[in-house]
Design a protein around this ligand. Structure first.
Ligand SMILES: Cc1cc2nc3c(=O)[nH]c(=O)nc-3n(C[C@H](O)[C@H](O)[C@H](O)COP(=O)(O)OP(=O)(O)OC[C@H]3O[C@@H](n4cnc5c(N)ncnc54)[C@H](O)[C@@H]3O)c2cc1C
Length: 205
């Protein structure tokens, strides 16, 4: 097994994204090495795409959605990379944390968070009376794709970054479903992954 194959298996064979490439019901450990190598050989033929933008936002939770919309409305082109099929992160239908911000039923009841959070909450108040989480997902999706300056990449994960002179010069992302890799160059990179993935792969302290 050459080093490229080992690297591929290390990254994808044990990662959740890579599991999609394997036959249903089998764990990586149950597969024969040859099967893994066949998967690796087909996957490394993923289409390579180069993209350029003003702002790259990694992670499409509430922080990423707000960062992307704010940048887009201020005239920047934005690529928003979200590794799930929907936006919202912890606040999506997948985890179901209602957005409260500064406002909560306790002592700060009269406080309101303004800006984009307020806009999202007002849209929800007008269009999602039952506070259905699936409708909330669609509100976030609609807000994002309504911005001409935003290119949304769902089910796409930021996995690596190139750094020169302590600055990120490009990030690498992967869409296992489309079988595409993206090499994305931006002026600014915003890490909204919730766990600082982009910072970590960039070697930030
Ligand atoms: C149990 C619990 C209760 C909470 N209660 C409240 C509350 O009452 N009020 C309140 O205001 N806040 C609350 N919070 C906090 C709130 O959920 C978070 O502050 C908020 O969701 C953080 O948003 P975020 O966008 O920074 O991160 P997240 O919501 O974590 O979103 C990050 C997104 O980035 C994606 N991502 C990660 N890695 C990558 C990658 N490499 N490439 C692409 N995408 C990636 C993730 O899939 C995720 O969708 C609570 C959180 C928890 C867990």
């Amino acid at each position: 097994m050459n080093s490229d194959r080992r690297e591929f298996i290390k990254i994808f064979g044990l990662g959740s994204a890579g599991m999609m490439a394997f036959p249903m019901g089998l764990s990586a450990a149950e597969l024969q090495e040859n099967d893994i190598i066949r998967s690796a050989e087909s996957a490394v033929k993923f289409t390579e795409k180069k993209m350029e933008t003003d702002v790259l936002v990694a992670g499409g939770g509430l922080a990423g959605v707000c960062a992307a919309i704010a940048a887009a409305r201020n005239g920047s082109s934005v690529i928003l990379v979200q590794d799930r099929s929907r936006l919202g992160g912890n606040a999506s239908s997948e985890i179901r944390m209602h957005v409260l911000g500064a406002n909560n039923p306790g002592k700060t009841r009269l406080w309101r968070e303004t800006g984009l959070i307020e806009e999202l909450k007002l849209t929800e108040a007008a269009t999602n009376l039952q506070r259905s989480f699936h409708m909330w997902d669609l509100i976030l999706y609609d807000k994002v794709i309504s911005e001409e300056n935003i290119t949304l990449l769902l089910d796409t994960a930021v996995m690596d970054a190139t750094v020169q002179n302590d600055r990120i010069t490009s990030v690498r992302a992967i869409s296992p479903l489309l079988e595409e890799y993206y090499d994305i160059q931006a002026e600014f990179y915003i890490d909204c992954t919730g766990d600082a993935t982009l910072a970590a792969v960039s070697g930030a302290k």
